[in-house]
Design a protein around this ligand. Structure first.
Ligand code: CO
Length: 490
């Protein structure tokens, strides 16, 4: 027994209990809270979060980290990741942090109004402030070459703007070289859209789907929210949400499978890591790799649709004239469109690459806030070939920037790349398609547990990917996956 490390762990486990309360209050705010309860809930959240921040930056924690004396790889990781976070928090003056939280809260509210009114000007002054404070935070955090590196580091430890630029420009070239042909071969008609299906029936299917995938109901539940999300609330307690749009059945199905992937990762991290700095996913990109793995690689595969076809048409007899292949084609239509969250597996990454390039330029002072709509529309036409008709369908569509999150967007595309690289490694050891078609997900989960979930946050994403696949993150496996799926099969 290592007394120093034990004391450190107990300190972290105490913080985790307050964080758990914050998570539950947040989840409730997004799902069941009566409308008028919102403002007080926001105050409550700010108060407890402030307390968590105090605990996370205390001199007591600093001393515990200094004197811990770790003895093995796991203990070393606890201290290493713990110190990293502690240093980060301590580098930002309390006053600057509070100013940033306030400015981004106000800006997000202004964004809602600007989006409704389809007018970027309404959010511009608030957004300018958020960008200035984010630049200031990057300076305080410090960096070697590029201020953006300081910001992306909180989402993807070890990743830099330079590495992302390299990956993304290769990916952009590849995507643009195949897009037109795949788009042309895609079905013109989406048989699953436009058919009215009430929420009750959609719910029944989504609940069935979670049982089919093996979601442990003693450790989680499915609810409804405007934007689907996953919240790990506490040990053995993860909440996921979906949404039911009456004439868009696909929306709920793929939201549910996506969030299931996040929840599975969270629930599968070893219990003894819970509450510790290593007790979460390896990074935002890795977390997203798991939601994408289940949503796209499993859920959008022909094997999966063969496996669920009978149950699907039993509950939705209006689709009984379509076979599994037709339904599968319908969930894989490739078509350039304005909204990121509705994009297909191929064009999705173009939406992210554009956001990365713009936010990188913003943080580095190469782009002014006032020029965002123009720059957005220019890049959009260059990459997606479409003229953006309004800011609502352009630079106002996502909340991330206005809420002060810079460096977050790349994790979506990194997740796509990681998931394909993970698939390639898994496929060397397991007959993936066969297992998916037979609905035998246990073997897949065990593999993912052994390679990814059981490691928590011990390794940085690049190191973990090397351990899984023997290669650093790259786009080759995503290319192979996309080519095999779209060029030859559809
Ligand atoms: Co996600």
């Amino acid at each position: 027994m290592n007394a120093g490390v034990e004391m450190l762990k107990n300190y972290y486990r105490r913080i985790a209990k307050f964080s758990s309360a914050v998570s539950l209050l947040y989840w409730d705010m997004q799902t069941y809270i009566p409308k008028s309860g919102g403002p007080y809930r926001a105050e409550t959240l700010a108060e407890i979060s402030g307390y968590v921040f105090e605990l996370s930056t205390s001199d007591e924690l600093g001393a515990l980290l200094e004197s811990a004396n770790p003895q093995d790889e796991v203990e070393e990781a606890i201290v290493r990741v713990g110190k990293r976070e502690f240093d980060r928090f301590r580098k930002i003056p309390r006053k600057l942090f509070e100013e940033y939280v306030k400015a981004s809260t106000l800006c997000e509210q202004a964004w809602q109004v600007a989006k409704t009114n389809n007018n970027f000007k309404l959010v511009e002054p608030y957004f300018k402030k958020v960008v200035e404070l984010s630049r200031e935070i990057a300076e305080k955090l410090g960096y070697e070459i590029d201020p953006y590196d300081a910001l992306i580091d909180q989402f993807e430890p070890g990743m830099t703007a330079q590495k992302i630029s390299r990956l993304f420009s290769e990916l952009r070239e590849f995507t643009l070289s195949i897009l037109a042909e795949i788009e042309k071969a895609s079905p013109a008609e989406d048989v699953l859209s436009g058919v009215e299906i009430d929420a009750e029936r959609q719910k029944k299917f989504n609940e069935w789907l979670l049982d089919y995938l093996g979601f442990d109901r003693s450790k989680g539940r499915l609810d409804v929210s405007e934007h689907p999300f996953t919240t790990p609330v506490g040990l053995n307690d993860v909440r996921i949400t979906t949404r039911y749009i009456s004439d868009d059945l696909k929306n709920s199905i793929f939201s549910t499978i996506h969030e299931f992937g996040h929840a599975l990762y969270s629930l599968s991290i070893p219990e003894e890591f819970y509450g510790l700095p290593i007790g979460s996913s390896a990074s935002y990109g890795f977390d997203e790799s798991q939601s994408r793995f289940w949503e796209n690689i499993v859920g959008r595969s022909l094997a999966f649709w063969r496996g669920i076809h009978k149950n699907f048409i039993q509950l939705f007899p209006e689709f009984s004239s379509y076979d599994a292949h037709q339904l599968w084609r319908s969930v894989n239509i490739v078509k350039r469109s304005y909204i990121r969250t509705e994009a297909d597996e191929i064009t999705y990454n173009l939406h992210i690459i554009l956001r990365f390039e713009l936010e990188h330029a913003l943080i580095n002072r190469e782009l002014d806030v006032k020029d965002i709509p123009l720059a957005w529309n220019e890049y959009f036409e260059k990459y997606l070939g479409l003229k953006v008709p309004s800011d609502r369908l352009g630079c106002l569509q996502d909340p991330h920037w206005y809420g002060g999150s810079f460096g977050y967007f790349p994790s979506y595309t990194l997740g796509n790349l990681y998931s394909a690289q993970i698939r390639a490694s898994l496929s060397k050891e397991l007959p993936l398609d066969q297992l998916v078609e037979e609905g035998k997900f246990e073997a897949i989960k065990s593999w993912l547990y052994e390679k990814i979930y059981s490691k928590g946050r011990i390794y940085e994403p690049e190191v973990l990917m090397e351990k899984i696949s023997g290669e650093p993150p790259n786009i080759a496996h995503f290319q192979n996956y996309i080519k095999a799926k779209f060029e030859h099969a559809l």
